[in-house]
Design a protein around this ligand. Structure first.
Ligand code: AKB
Length: 340
C-alpha cells in the first residue's frame, strides 16, 4: 500500500521536477549581453519573486525582478545577498571578456578568478547549486584540433580571459569532487544579439556589424574576412542555458560541456546582411583581436551535450542574419531599405 502511494506521488510530481524547480536564483552579472535575457527567462521558469539580479554596473536596465548592487570580488557582500535572499541556485555570469581582458589583465584576473572563487565558496557553505559559464576561449595554441574541437582536448589559452575560464572550469569541478557542490558549466561560442551592449569580446563584431549596417551603411571589421568562429544567436543560447540549468544532475556525465552553434566568418555574415541591405559596404582592418580569434576553434563538437542533456541547434547564416535583423528595434531601421 505504502509502495503504491510512493509510486503515485513520484509519478505525479515528476513532470514538475527539474533542477530549477522551486529554486531561488541569484544572477550575478545580470546587465551584460547574456544576463538581461537570462534573468527574464529564469523569471518565467521560477517566478520573478524568486529571482534576484545583481551587477556592479549602475547602468539603467529594465529588469523584471528585485535588484542588488554587487561587485563579485567582494565576498562578504556576495554572501550577504545569497543568505538574505535565501538563494539556492547561483548563476555566476560576471566576467571580463577577451578583448577588454587584454587591455586590463589585472582586473580580469580579479573579477574572473576571485569572483568565481567567492561564488564557489558561498555555494559550498550554503549548499547552493552553481552555474558558471565558460567559453571557446579556453582553447588556444597549436596543439588542439581547430575543426570540430572536442570537449576533452589540450587547453592552452593565450588570453587572460581564456586562462581564467580554464581555472573556473577546473576549480568548479574540484569543488564538485571534493565538497559535493553541484557545479555546472557550458562553453559558449560567440553570442550574437539584436541589442546594443558593450562590445568587449573578440566575437562581438558579429552584433556591431548590424548596427553599423543600419546606422552608417558601412562597417570596418576588426577581423579578417575568412576568420571562421563558432557563434550562436542569443535566443538559442538562452534556450540552451535554461535547458542545461534544468537538467537533472544525475543526467550530466561531466561538469563542463561544449556548445557549438554555427560556424561562419565575417565575409559570409556580411554577404547575408547584403542580401537584406544591398547598399551595405564592409572593409577589413584586423587589429589585436585577430590573433585572439586565430587561437580559437573554427568549429566545435558538442555531441556530449546532445547526448547528455538534449541540446540541438541547426540554422544557416542567412536564417541567423534574418533573425538578428528582425529582432533589432525599429528605431534603428528608419529610412533603411531592407529586402524581406
Ligand atoms: C569573447 O569574444 O570574448 C566572448 C567569448 C568567445 O567568450 N564572446
Amino acid at each position: 500500500m505504502k509502495a503504491t502511494a510512493n509510486l503515485l506521488y513520484r509519478t505525479q510530481t515528476r513532470p514538475f521536477s527539474h533542477a530549477l524547480h522551486g529554486r531561488r536564483v541569484l544572477v550575478a552579472g545580470c546587465k551584460g549581453q547574456i544576463g538581461v535575457p537570462l534573468v527574464h527567462a529564469i523569471c518565467e521558469v521560477v517566478g520573478k519573486e524568486n529571482v534576484i539580479a545583481a551587477d556592479i554596473s549602475d547602468k539603467k536596465v529594465a529588469l523584471p525582478c528585485q535588484y542588488e548592487q554587487l561587485d563579485v570580488t567582494d565576498g562578504s557582500r556576495y554572501d550577504k545577498i545569497v543568505s538574505e535572499h535565501k538563494i539556492d541556485y547561483i548563476v555566476h555570469l560576471a566576467a571580463i571578456l577577451s578583448a577588454l581582458g587584454e587591455r586590463f589583465p589585472d582586473r580580469a584576473t580579479s573579477v574572473n578568478v576571485t569572483g568565481c572563487i567567492n561564488a564557489l565558496n558561498i555555494a559550498r557553505e550554503r549548499k547552493s547549486r552553481i552555474f558558471v559559464p565558460s567559453t571557446i576561449a579556453v582553447f588556444g595554441g597549436d596543439h588542439f584540433p581547430k575543426i570540430q574541437t572536442p570537449v576533452d582536448t589540450v587547453l592552452q589559452p593565450t588570453t587572460i580571459y581564456g586562462i581564467s575560464k580554464v581555472f573556473n572550469e577546473m576549480i568548479g569541478t574540484y569543488y564538485h569532487n571534493k565538497f559535493g557542490v553541484d557545479f555546472r558549466s557550458i562553453r559558449y561560442p560567440g553570442v550574437i544579439s539584436s541589442e546594443k551592449y558593450d562590445f568587449n569580446g573578440t566575437t562581438d563584431y558579429s552584433t556591431e556589424i548590424f548596427f553599423h549596417a543600419l546606422e552608417k551603411g558601412q562597417y570596418k571589421c576588426w577581423l579578417a574576412p575568412k576568420t571562421n568562429l563558432p557563434m550562436i544567436y542569443i535566443d538559442d543560447c538562452i534556450k540552451g542555458t535554461i535547458q542545461f540549468l534544468k537538467a537533472d544532475g544525475a543526467q550530466l556525465k561531466r561538469k563542463v560541456y561544449n556548445m557549438a552553434g554555427i560556424s561562419f566568418n565575417p565575409e559570409e555574415l556580411a554577404a547575408s546582411i547584403q542580401k537584406m541591405i544591398p547598399s551595405f559596404k564592409v572593409e577589413y582592418e584586423p587589429d589585436f583581436r585577430q590573433k585572439i580569434a586565430d587561437s580559437w576553434p573554427k568549429s566545435i563538437d558538442d555531441s556530449e551535450s546532445k547526448k547528455d542533456w538534449g541540446w540541438s541547434y541547426d540554422v544557416t547564416v542567412d536564417d541567423l542574419a534574418k533573425k538578428i535583423l528582425d529582432g533589432i528595434d525599429p528605431q534603428y531601421k528608419q529610412g533603411v531599405k531592407i529586402n524581406k
